[in-house]
Ligand binder design. Structure first.
Ligand code: PLP
Length: 371
């Protein structure tokens, strides 16, 4: 298993406690208190035993209702599997729809865990390079060139980690239509769906007319619940049953109190979600201002909480630059090549960092690029 570049950076950062951490991909907000209360109460009430493998019925029903409302695709609770974070939803979904030797198309840059999971599952990844010109979405002609008789699925991520790009309604319709004609699945990682700044999020499921889209979601980012490990997959019925079957021998079920916390997150006030999103948008605008006033190019993210920064002016590779930035200025960022080959001229910074640290870290980043 190749090591993720982010771990290399984090290992060095652990030895420097005063580092400004711009590599972290988790909200700097606390889990809402009503979620903590509900989980605590569940534990006190003795709801501490195994639950049904695919999750407690109440939570699956709530999610199916939300999903039907948000995507327009009628969804039954039996199509929902509660998983140990989105990471497990993705893994069991990929496991369910592929055999070793199959191919899955994805875009580059992409979240590194996709390639790591595919390696574990014996899937051959076929990466399509994307750029800011197409807002980091694959074109249909690229998909046509990438497909083969072994292709089982296209893996999408909107809003994207690391670019923050949001797939538009038209592009999503074209991609799902392409998958329909090619008779392959779409696995759509939508963990940042509630964090869009201008254009609304479009789920791949909203264009699914014949049951070929598997959506991956999470409570981690939306409700600042990364450590609770609750995510879910929503799939067409026959795939949902396979996901449930695969989950049984691997994780059994998600921890019970955390699932009750997740119900409280869905049922409780949603203003926390909007407050976090608004905070990320304000930080995005300020960071883009700081970068552009120094002539540094960065992609304007339409969602999620990352900024994809061009460091070619530094004259160094992403890894050399990231190491210099830690050693000389005590700031951590993620080297672009972590998100796939061909991204050596970029680094990723996270907006999910307290503002004083964020703006100070970005100022030092600018100084290092210019040095
Ligand atoms: N998908 C993407 C694109 C992510 O960035 C992450 C976490 O960083 C995940 C999935 C995993 O989220 P979870 O905490 O729900 O496993």
């Amino acid at each position: 298993m190749p090591r993720s570049g982010i771990r290399v950076i984090m290992d060095r950062a652990f030895r420097m406690p005063d580092c400004i951490r711009l590599e972290v991909g988790e909200p700097n907000f606390p889990t809402p208190p009503h979620v903590v209360d509900a989980a605590t109460q569940a534990a006190r009430d003795g709801r501490t035993r195994y639950t049904e493998n695919p999750g407690i019925p109440e939570l699956r029903t709530r999610i199916a209702e939300h999903f039907t409302r948000d995507t327009g695709r009628p969804t039954d609770a039996s199509q929902v599997t509660i998983t140990t974070g989105a990471v497990a939803a993705l893994y069991t979904a990929l496991m369910s729809i592929t055999n070793p030797g199959d191919e899955v198309i994805l875009t580059s840059p992409a979240w590194p865990n996709y390639l790591m999971q595919m390696k574990l599952l014996g899937i051959r990844p076929v990466a399509i390079p994307t750029t800011a010109e197409t807002d980091y979405a694959p074109s249909i002609s690229q998909l046509e060139s990438a497909i083969s008789g072994k292709t089982k699925a296209i893996l999408l991520n909107t809003p994207s980690n690391p670019t923050g790009a949001v797939i538009s309604n038209t592009t999503m319709a074209e991609i799902v239509d392409f998958a329909r004609q090619a008779d392959i699945y779409v696995v759509s990682d939508e963990v940042y769906d509630r964090m869009t700044f201008e254009n609304p999020h479009v789920s791949a499921a909203s264009h699914d007319t014949d049951g070929r889209v598997v959506c991956i979601h999470s409570f981690s980012k939306t409700y600042a619940m990364t450590g609770w490990r609750v995510g879910y997959a929503v799939a067409p019925p026959e795939i949902a049953q396979l996901i449930i079957n695969c989950q049984e021998p691997t994780v059994s079920c998600v921890n019970a109190p955390a699932q009750y916390g997740a119900i409280a997150a869905l049922d409780g006030p949603q203003d926390v979600v909007l407050q976090m999103r608004d905070a990320y948008r304000a930080r995005r605008d300020e960071v883009l201002r700081l970068l552009s006033s120094s002539g540094i190019d960065a992609h304007k993210p339409g969602g999620a909480f990352y900024i994809w920064v061009d460091i070619t002016d530094s004259g160094r590779s992403d890894m050399d630059f990231a190491m210099d930035l830690i050693d000389k200025r005590q700031v951590t960022v993620v080297p672009g090549s972590t998100f796939g080959p061909g991204n050596e001229g970029r680094i990723r910074i996270s907006l999910a960092t307290a503002t004083t640290d964020l703006y100070e870290g970005v100022s030092r980043l600018v100084e290092e690029i210019k040095s």
